[in-house]
Design a protein around this ligand. Structure first.
Ligand code: NI
Length: 172
C-alpha cells in the first residue's frame, strides 16, 4: 500500500469542474486510496468538504468534515438527497476550487441523504445547519456545479478576474 498523497485541486473556471460525475462501481483499493488521498488533501487545505470532481475524478464520491477537531470524516459514495426542506436560508460559502472568495448562497436548511460509506454500507444521514449546507454544496460539484454559479453574472465575472490574478501571482 502506498502512503496517501496530496492531490492537485482544480480551480474555477477550469472547465473540468463542470463534468457530471458517474456512480462509483466497486469500492475497491483504487477507491479506498482515492478516499485517503482526498482526506489528506482536504485537511491539508483546511477545507470542510471535497468532491472527487475537484481532484479531477468524475465519480460520485465526496468527503466532509465539519467537526471542530477535524477528526470526524464523513465519506459519501453515490450520495442522493432524498429530501430537502422547503425552508431555505442564505449562508456564506467558500470552496477550495474558488480560493479567497466567499459569498451568500440560499440552500435548504435541512436535508436527508442516502449514501454508501467507505465499507459499502448504506447510511442515512439527516443533516441541518453547516452540515446540510456542505452536503448540498459538495453534491452540486458532482453535477458539475460550482457555488459561484448561484451568484449574479456581474459577481461571477469579478470572481473570474480576481482568480485569474491569483493564478498569475501563484506562478510568479
Ligand atoms: Ni466546493
Amino acid at each position: 500500500m502506498t502512503a496517501p498523497k496530496i492531490l492537485p485541486i482544480l480551480r474555477y473556471p477550469d472547465p473540468r469542474l463542470h463534468t457530471v460525475a458517474k456512480p462509483v462501481g466497486a469500492i475497491d483499493q483504487r477507491i479506498r486510496s482515492l478516499i485517503d488521498d482526498m482526506l489528506l488533501t482536504m485537511y491539508d487545505a483546511n477545507g470542510i468538504g471535497l468532491a472527487a470532481t475537484q481532484v479531477n475524478v468524475h465519480e460520485r464520491l465526496v468527503i466532509i468534515d465539519v467537526s471542530e477537531e477535524r477528526d470526524a470524516p464523513l465519506v459519501l459514495i453515490n450520495p442522493e438527497i432524498t429530501w430537502a426542506s422547503p425552508e431555505k436560508q442564505k449562508a456564506e460559502e467558500g470552496c477550495l476550487s474558488v480560493p479567497e472568495i466567499y459569498d451568500g448562497v440560499e440552500r435548504s436548511v435541512a436535508v436527508k441523504v442516502t449514501a454508501l460509506d467507505a465499507n459499502g454500507t448504506t447510511q442515512q444521514i439527516e443533516a441541518e445547519g453547516l452540515l446540510a449546507v456542505c452536503i448540498q454544496h459538495e453534491l452540486d460539484h458532482l453535477l458539475g456545479k460550482v457555488f459561484v454559479e448561484y451568484l449574479s453574472p456581474l459577481k461571477r465575472n469579478r470572481i473570474k478576474t480576481k482568480l485569474a490574478k491569483v493564478a498569475r501571482d501563484d506562478k510568479r
